[in-house]
Structures are given as structure tokens and as C-alpha cells.
Write a protein that binds this ligand. Structure first.
Ligand code: HEC
Ligand code: HEC
Length: 581
């Protein structure tokens, strides 16, 4: 049932108090472990973005009502950060690229950008559908211009601890203010609003989460989310405990947004999903990600780790990797000079050899699988080599007592120990609260949209093309509400690329795999005829046929047959297991 906006508003008044009650009962009040007694009160009240110079979380002076309101925003933001439905094709969430156990970076290693950098996989490029003027969320109509996922130009920095920075991104382009979609600074978001400013960006990036032409101004993102159920694509048993109650309300995002922001002085009332509300929710979630229980915070560093830190201190590392711009990490270890969780970054731009970029935080760096903005350094040991061989006497040289000022093996081990253990918050490594998360749809054992569900080798036709199946949006059986009020319900799509342009293509589907190699999906199949392959050799098909409730949990197999100059040739095949929430 689609709940229209006025109707949703009417429902709200009645349900709001019950909703807030549920929040209070269902969610344990968070311990503000790093409360700073004696701080001035946060007079800016809750609409203010405020971090860390008024970061609500370390503050013990916020009122109970303020804390509850923030908690609601955090909960909504946590859902949104891990929500793959935020992306145009339902395959990419913020968290897809920002995995806590990888130190807030990308686990799916391997996207090579045209610059040579190792970036993160985002979206398959999809042009705006010129025929209807609507964005084609469905891959229903060509033109796609690509069949492979695009890759970000830079490696993924962490979102954990991002709240301490005045400005975000490698080039600091997000923040300090948060602007409306027209570029005008928003009242109350004129300072420390980098988290808000950043959050609206990836959603409309046609590399990261959006199809081409997607912008907040079109209303498509809002429409799509308004009618989506939170966490619809993930295994419900993996939804983090603190946000389960929000999913359990059974509300669409439309209603959840209104409930959370209903009494907001600037963005209150019945508006459903808006860009500014999205930003505030996601920003509040990120401000909850405070990595402050590493050995260095708890005072549990070993002698070796202390030694490693001293070597770095003497080498001048902390002139950039410290919030206060100096070797400020004095004893007793665990009491950092910077009262706002020393991020081990000055937040400033420096060029240490790969171009000017913002100094990244060193917290949880040991969990990362690639280092530097180009992602080209794969291990901490390689990174130590790099810093050790910086110009002698330079600010960035790692100085030791070995030959020529290099590190002795013991010194090297100590620095690595400090970097990889003393700065690692075990909750981040283990993905426990507040760093817990759902298993993403892209990680589900029954469905892998990142191409591991493909098998077999394509056969070439007379023109020599090896067609490739595009098999990477989730096989959800039905979407309960048609977004935009008129889009098709059957939104699972399978495409093919790298085919011979202009030739006919047919999608073959079967309930059992074949022996191959000619027909990987076996001899009995449903054939879905397609129009000719387009100029790029691409075609896409809706797959309504097998996706009935009877097909839930039953694997099926798909392959493309191309009539290449009157002869049959075949793409590789893929396996899918339809699911429903
Ligand atoms: C396709 C992968 C991808 C997705 C999806 C993605 N990010 Fe990122 N994120 C990146 C990359 C790459 C960068 C660095 C980009 C740059 O600096 O130009 C980045 C930078 C950031 C930073 C800056 C950290 C710092 O210290 O400067 C934050 C915070 C962040 N992302 C949060 C988010 C949020 C919130 C979302 C969802 C709304 C999101 N990301 C979606 C890849 C991704
Ligand atoms: C002049 C400022 C500066 C100094 C001094 C400096 N760094 Fe860095 N550090 C940076 C910048 C900037 C980057 C990011 C470079 C890039 O990604 O292109 C970085 C990146 C790193 C990273 C990788 C973080 C990641 O997530 O990829 C580590 C680890 C690191 N530095 C350790 C050190 C050590 C150890 C020293 C002392 C020998 C040191 N740094 C000295 C500025 C500095």
C-alpha cells in the first residue's frame, strides 16, 4: 500500500509519541565514556552539526531530550549508511566501500582506476533514459554505456573518526559549511558541518552510487527511498541490535524520516526523505563512530609499542600525524594531548610524494589493506620502507639507529607494533557496537553482485565477440511499492555486454546448471527474447518469469545466447537465488 504524503502526515501525529516511547524503551542509553566534565554546554542545541568543537557525544551536558533526539538521528543514519537501496541500482551503500574491519576502507580490493590508482568499485555506468526523461533505475532500457563497475580515482579513506575533521575528503573539499542543493550555506550549518556536507555527495556521484543524471534536485532519490523499507535487502538476522527496533516498526523511510525529524526547528513536519535530513542522519551516525578504546587510549601499550611511538615521535611523524601539530603524546600513555580523541592527523594538506592530500588518521591503520590515497602500498612493511627511504633529514624520514639512520629490525618491529596494534580499537576490528553493521546484500552467501556468481566461459561466434553476462543487481522477488508511482514491479534485471553490435540476443533461464561449455544452463529453458544488441554490444532484460514467490530460495541459472551472423554463441553463465523480505 502506498501511503501518500498527506495521509502519512495524518498517521504521524497519533504515532509520534508511541514512537518516541519505543525509542526510549528499545534502546539502551549510550554510555558517553569520554565525557568531558567542565566543558561549556552545547548552547547551539541539536540542529547544530557540532563536532568536535561542540561534538554532542563527548559532552555530558546535553539534556536527556537532546540525547534522545540525537539517538534517533544516529539510528536512522546507521540504517542509511548501510542501505544499498540508497544507490540507483540497489547494489552500493556507503558501507560497501567503508567496512570497519578493513579500517573503514574497502574490502573488495582490486578496482584499478585509469590513473593507475587502486580505487573502490562503484556503479555500472547507466545513462539517463532519454525516451521518458526519467532516470532508468531498472536497467530496463539501453543505453548502458558499460558493463563493468566504475572505480573511484582515489583509495578509500576511513569514515571512522571523520567527525574530528573540519573538512573532509583527500582534498578537503567537504565542509566547513553545509550548503543546500543550490549552493547556499544553510543556517545553523555554518561550522563543523563537513560530515553533513560530505554525506550528500556519494549518493549523486555517478561513479559511486548514482546513475547518470541523478541529482537531489530531481527528487528521484527521495522518491525511491520514500517508498523503500529499511534494510529490505539484507539478512534480517544481521541487522545491528540498536537499530532493529526501527526496522521492526514496519515503516518505509518516508514515515521514519518524518518521525525522526518531526519536531526539528528547521527541517520538521511532513517532508519524508529530504537531502538535508539524509545528511543530518548520516552525519550523526558518523559522529557516533569514536575509536577511543585502543591500547593507546586505555594505557595498555606494551614496551615495544611505546618504543615504536617514541621512534615516530623523534622522527617527526607527529608533526603531521597529530591534531595539535607537534610531538604531543606525552606520558602517561593513554592521556592524549588532544582532548577530542587525537586522530593522529592534523587535518591539513601535505605532499609526501603522491600529490597534496589531507593527512589521514593513523587510528586503525593496521586494519587497512592498502595505504595512501593511491592505494598502491599494500602492506605496513612496504609503507615503513617508503618512510625509511625518504630524503635523509627530511621531515618525513623514519629515523633509526641502523646503518645510515635506517631502522634496526627491532626498531622496525616496534614501529609496526605501535601502528598496527596500539592504535587499533578492538571494537572496530571485531565490528562490535558502535562499529557493528549488517551483512550487505552484496555479501550474502546466496547472492554475490560482484561477479563471483558467474561461471563458465563464453563461446565466441563468427565475429569473435566474447559476450559477458551482467549479473549484479539483487534478485529480489518483488518490490512492494512501485517507486515514482508507475515503474514496473519486476525490477530484477540481467544484462549482457561485449556482444556483437546489432545482433539478436536471448536470455536463457533454467532451474539447473548444464554441463557446458556450449549451453551452461542446460537444454530446457525459458527464453526471453531481446532486441538487437546496441552499438556497444549491450542488452538488458527484465526477469519477471522465474521471480514468483515459489522461486524464493530456489537457485536458478541464466545465460545469454547471441545469434551472431546466424550462428549461436553464448555468454558465460550466472547463478542466482531469488529472495524476498
Ligand atoms: C564507491 C565507494 C564509496 C562509496 C559508495 C562511498 N564512499 Fe566515502 N569515500 C570513498 C572514496 C574513494 C573517498 C575519497 C574521495 C576523495 O577524497 O575524493 C571517500 C571519502 C569519504 C569520507 C572522507 C574521510 C576523510 O577523512 O576525509 C567520508 C567521511 C566518507 N567517504 C563517507 C561516506 C558516506 C557517508 C557515504 C554514503 C553517503 C560514502 N562515503 C559512500 C568511497 C566511497
Ligand atoms: C609532512 C606531513 C607528514 C609527515 C611528517 C608524516 N606523514 Fe604520514 N602521511 C602524510 C600524508 C599527507 C599521508 C597521505 C599520503 C597519501 O595518501 O597520498 C600520510 C600517510 C601515512 C600513512 C598511511 C595512512 C593510510 O591510511 O593510508 C601512514 C601509516 C603514515 N603516514 C605514517 C607516517 C609515519 C610513520 C611518519 C613518520 C616517519 C609519517 N607518517 C610522517 C603526512 C605526513
Amino acid at each position: 500500500m502506498h501511503v501518500s504524503r498527506p495521509r502519512a502526515a495524518a498517521l504521524l501525529g497519533a504515532a509520534l509519541s508511541a514512537f518516541l516511547g519505543l525509542a526510549a524503551d528499545g534502546v539502551a542509553q549510550r554510555q558517553h565514556v569520554n565525557g568531558l566534565i567542565g566543558e561549556p554546554p552545547d548552547v547551539s542545541n541539536w540542529p547544530h552539526p557540532a563536532a568536535p568543537d561542540g561534538n554532542p557525544y563527548p559532552r555530558s551536558t546535553a539534556t536527556a531530550a537532546e540525547l534522545k533526539q540525537r539517538e534517533l538521528q544516529e539510528n536512522l543514519g546507521k540504517l542509511l549508511f548501510w542501505e544499498e537501496q540508497v544507490s540507483s541500482d540497489n547494489t552500493v551503500s556507503c558501507g560497501t566501500c567503508h567496512i570497519p574491519s578493513a579500517g573503514g576502507s574497502d574490502l573488495r580490493d582490486g578496482g584499478v582506476h585509469s590513473s593507475g590508482n587502486i580505487g573502490a568499485f562503484g556503479m555500472i555506468r547507466q545513462h539517463q533514459n532519454g525516451m521518458t526523461g526519467r532516470i532508468d533505475f531498472n536497467f530496463a532500457v539501453a543505453p548502458s554505456t558499460d558493463i563493468d563497475r566504475q572505480v573511484t580515482g582515489l583509495h578509500v579513506p576511513t569514515m571512522i573518526g571523520a567527525y574530528v575533521f573540519e573538512e573532509l575528503f583527500w582534498d578537503r573539499r567537504a565542509g566547513i559549511e553545509f550548503h543546500d542543493n543550490g549552493g547556499t550555506p544553510i543556517t545553523n550549518f555554518l561550522d563543523w558541518a563537513a560530515c553533513e556536507d560530505l554525506s550528500v555527495g556519494p549518493v549523486v556521484s555517478d561513479v559511486e552510487m548514482g546513475h547518470e543524471g541523478i541529482d537531489w534536485g530531481t527528487g528521484f532519490i527521495q522518491d525511491k527511498l520514500n517508498e523503500s523499507y529499511p534494510m529490505a535487502l539484507v539478512d534480517p538476522s544481521t541487522i545491528p541490535a540498536d537499530v532493529q527496533w526501527m526496522v521492526a516498526t514496519g515503516y518505509t523511510y518516508d514515515i521514519l524520516f518524518d518521525k525522526v525529524f518531526w519536531s526539528h526547528p528547521q527541517f520538521g513536519g511532513a517532508q519524508g526523505v529530504t537531502r538535508e535530513r539524509f545528511a543530518m542522519a548520516v552525519a550523526h551516525y558518523m559522529r557516533m563512530l569514536i575509536p577511543d578504546q585502543a591500547p593507546i587510549d586505555l594505557g595498555t601499550m606494551t614496551d615495544s609499542q611505546v618504543f615504536g611511538m617514541e621512534i615516530m615521535d623523534q622522527s617527526g611523524c607527529f608533526s603531521c600525524h597529530s591534531a595539535t601539530g607537534g610531538p604531543t603524546l606525552t606520558t602517561p600513555f593513554g592521556i592524549l594531548a588532544d582532548e577530542f580523541d587525537n586522530p593522529f592527523s592534523d587535518g591539513q594538506i601535505h605532499d609526501i610524494g603522491f600529490g597534496p592530500v589531507k593527512t589521514p588518521t593513523l587510528r586503525n591503520v593496521g586494519l587497512r589493506t592498502r595505504f595512501f590515497s593511491n592505494g598502491l602500498v599494500p602492506t605496513i612493511s612496504d609503507l615503513i620502507d617508503f618512510y625509511e627511504h625518504q630524503p635523509q633529514g627530511g621531515r618525513t624520514q623514519l629515523n633509526g639507529s641502523g646503518p645510515g639512520g635506517t631502522l634496526t629490525p627491532g626498531e622496525r618491529a616496534a614501529v609496526i607494533d605501535f601502528l598496527t596494534v596500539a592504535l587499533t580499537d578492538p571494537r572496530v576490528a571485531a565490528e562490535t557496537f558502535p562499529f557493528d553493521r549488517p551483512e550487505l546484500c552484496s555479501e550474502r552467501s546466496d547472492f554475490f553482485p560482484f561477479e563471483t556468481n558467474e561461471y563458465g566461459t563464453a563461446t565466441a561466434g563468427p565475429s569473435g565477440f566474447l559476450a559477458e553476462i551482467i549479473a549484479n543487481s539483487p534478485p529480489l522477488v518483488t518490490k512492494p511499492l512501485p517507486f515514482g508511482g508507475g515503474m514496473p514491479m519486476d525490477w530484477f534485471k540481467i544484462g549482457v555486454g561485449h556482444g556483437p553490435p546489432g545482433e539478436p540476443a536471448f536470455l536463457l533461464i533454467d532451474g539447473a546448471p548444464g554441463a557446458g561449455p556450449t549451453l551452461w544452463v542446460g537444454p530446457t529453458f525459458i527464453t526471453i527474447p531481446q532486441a538487437n544488441l546496441d552499438a556497444q554490444g549491450i542488452a538488458t532484460a527484465h526477469v519477471p518469469v522465474p521471480l514468483t514467490t515459489a522461486s524464493i530460495g530456489v537457485p536458478f541459472y541464466a545465460q545469454w545466447m547471441i545469434i551472431d551472423r546466424y550462428r549461436r554463441s553464448f555468454s558465460n553463465a550466472a547463478k542466482f537465488t531469488p529472495f524476498q523480505f
